[in-house]
Design a protein around this ligand. Structure first.
Ligand code: PBG
Length: 333
């Protein structure tokens, strides 16, 4: 060799060396499990597009949460599926609504041993499937929706939420919710804001999970972001921090690694990323057909989300990753 070769491979030689020099790692403490609970169910119901994920009954939700908490998962995001939907999404702010009941059940069962984070939106509760109220011209009315979000936040806080997670992408939603919580004495309830949220085709399976169909074949492009835009995400995230977000979230995850990295660089609040339903479903489907190694791809994608800078990851794989990391399942990791 006539020239010096820098021996990069020296530190890759053994598994112990690789472990020693790993720049990032996955930790159960950074994982959040999204869970669905459906009003009026006696037994959990499978979700066809999300293999292994179910709509929980009240009882099965508590049982699954017990397993997750015992595995060391610190937080749960809760989505409610109400029995009745209406134009205002009344069920979302009902003190005895499906998510409020779920929060109370889980708080009773686990006290402060788990962080409870109800998703704060209207789409699961409206008959038209939009994340806000429909105005006179058929548009999603931003400011009227903010008033509903404030009511939902108060109901969720009263039920015992640690954090509320507004996901509707209305302008000013974090500020409106912060003001409502503070004026009702809930200044200790935090906001995990879906700050950068793209109008993504990767939410398809989720809509089955919560029985949402957008009226008239509509979409959410007038309020969620255009996936073409990156700069705009930082503006959205900055606004959320200014309005009082305690944690900001980027979603989907693997298609937004640039945004996650920039958010981590530019902001001083924890940054969460949501590996959404379509990201989950793609891996499940390919693994089921023998096209790739499920555990390895799960760990690699979550690892990439961490490497991009996410402090917290929401993933439907939370339980199995906790089992892998805890040594309850053998893998080549
Ligand atoms: C809206 C909401 C959605 C998701 C989380 N909150 C759906 C949407 O914006 O259409 C998607 C989550 C996923 O796909 O896993 N309440």
């Amino acid at each position: 060799m006539g020239y010096p070769v820098r021996r990069m491979r020296r530190l890759r030689r053994t598994s112990a060396l690789r472990r020693l020099v790993a720049e990032t790692r996955l930790d159960v403490a950074d994982l959040v499990a999204p869970l669905f609970v459906r009003e009026g169910l006696a037994e959990p119901r499978p979700i066809a597009t999300l293999p292994g994920v179910v709509q929980h009954s009240r009882a099965s939700l508590v049982a699954e949460a017990r397993r997750l908490v015992s595995l060391g998962i610190p937080a749960l995001v809760l989505f409610g599926v109400p029995e009745h939907k209406d134009p205002a999404g009344s069920g979302a702010s009902d003190p005895d609504g499906v998510v409020e009941v779920a929060v109370r059940d889980l708080r009773d069962a686990f006290g402060d041993d788990v962080v409870l984070v109800p998703d704060l939106c209207l789409d699961e509760y409206t008959d038209h499937g939009h994340c806000g109220l429909i105005g006179r011209r058929g548009e999603v009315d931003n400011d009227a929706t903010l008033e509903r979000y404030a009511e939902v936040a108060l109901a969720q806080a009263a039920a015992g939420a640690d954090l509320v997670a507004p996901s509707g992408m209305m302008d000013g939603q974090v500020g409106a919710i912060r003001a409502a919580l503070d004026s009702a004495g809930h200044d200790d309830v935090g906001i995990l804001a879906y700050g950068a949220k793209y109008a993504s085709a990767l939410y398809g399976p989720f809509r089955d999970a919560v029985d949402v169909e957008i009226a008239g074949g509509g979409d959410r492009r007038s309020y969620q972001q255009d996936p073409a835009n990156g700069r705009e995400s930082l503006a959205e995230l900055r606004l959320d921090v200014e309005e009082g977000a305690d944690i900001v979230m980027v979603k989907p995850a693997v298609t937004s690694l640039d945004v996650i990295a920039e958010a981590r660089r530019e902001l001083d609040v924890p940054v969460a990323a949501y590996q959404v339903s379509g990201e989950y479903a793609m891996i499940c489907a390919a693994a089921e057909r023998g096209m790739l190694d499920r555990d390895a791809v799960v760990l690699e994608t979550l690892g990439a989300i961490r490497r991009a800078g996410a402090d917290i990851i929401l993933t439907y794989f939370a339980r199995e990753v906790a089992e892998i990391l805890g040594g309850e399942r053998a893998t080549e990791a």
